[in-house]
Design a protein around this ligand. Structure first.
Ligand SMILES: [Zn+2]
Length: 236
């Protein structure tokens, strides 16, 4: 039996709780946007199950969030937040009694580094891996990390938070961290091609710039001398 990795994503705040506010942005909206991007990227991996504490603009107590993760027996809880308080940069948290050398601490460092790597092009200040007595970290039964991606009330951070490409990079950093921490494997990308009149495997290989012989290996049941128009072959 294949064991699934169960990842619980908690977009911070929601509903009547906007979270931090600044520069025309609400924390609750950004956390949901980033969390949904993370969820969608995780669909590209084998044997991962994802659950979200919320997928809409909904009010949830902190207990509801950790209860949902605990009742589901998640392997990991990832709580997504945006910072405030006039600083700048990225930081993340594990529970305050856990050393960086603990299992949670190692996952924490892995995710932190993956996010900083992914954001390298944006010159983000690295505020480091921190530890704190936060509800979602304390009351969750599984390893848990809370991320704070930039400061909503700092103009240059907010400008990045308004940029969808930057939010994609934030999500991709989280996912690369999860990939490394939990040894997740990407789903093989299967691409296909429909045979057209006059095609030969050799021509298709030339056009797609792939090594000759590749298509025969990928399509062991296809007879190269009997291709039929409309037939679908694998090209990856
Ligand atoms: Zn928050």
């Amino acid at each position: 039996m294949v064991s699934m990795t169960k990842i619980f994503i908690d977009p911070g705040h929601g509903g009547t709780d906007s979270g931090a506010v600044g520069n025309g942005l609400l924390e609750k909206d950004l956390t949901l946007t980033i969390a949904k991007k993370i969820q969608s990227l995780l669909q590209g991996y084998e044997d991962v199950e994802v659950r979200m504490s919320r997928t809409t603009d909904k009010t949830l107590s902190l207990n509801q969030r950790t209860n949902a993760a605990n009742n589901w027996n998640a392997d990991f809880l990832l709580s997504v937040h945006i910072n405030a308080g006039s600083g700048t940069g990225y930081e993340d948290y594990r529970y305050n009694t856990l050393a960086i050398s603990s299992r949670t601490g190692k996952i924490h460092a892995t995710i932190h580094n993956a996010i900083m790597d992914e954001l390298a092009a944006y010159n983000i200040v690295d505020r480091g891996t921190k530890a704190s007595d936060l509800h979602v970290l304390r009351e969750s039964n599984m390893d848990a990390i809370l991320t704070e991606s930039l400061f909503i009330d700092t103009r240059k951070d907010a400008a990045l938070l308004k940029n969808d490409e930057f939010l994609n990079a934030v999500a991709a950093g989280h996912v690369k961290g999860l990939e490394r921490a939990f040894n997740l494997k990407k789903k093989a990308a299967v691409s296909t091609y429909k045979i057209k009149s006059g095609d030969t495997l050799w021509d298709i290989e030339e056009r797609l710039n792939i090594d000759h012989g590749t298509l025969e290996k990928l399509n062991p049941n296809v007879n190269p001398s009997k291709l039929s128009i409309g037939q679908t072959i694998r090209i990856k």
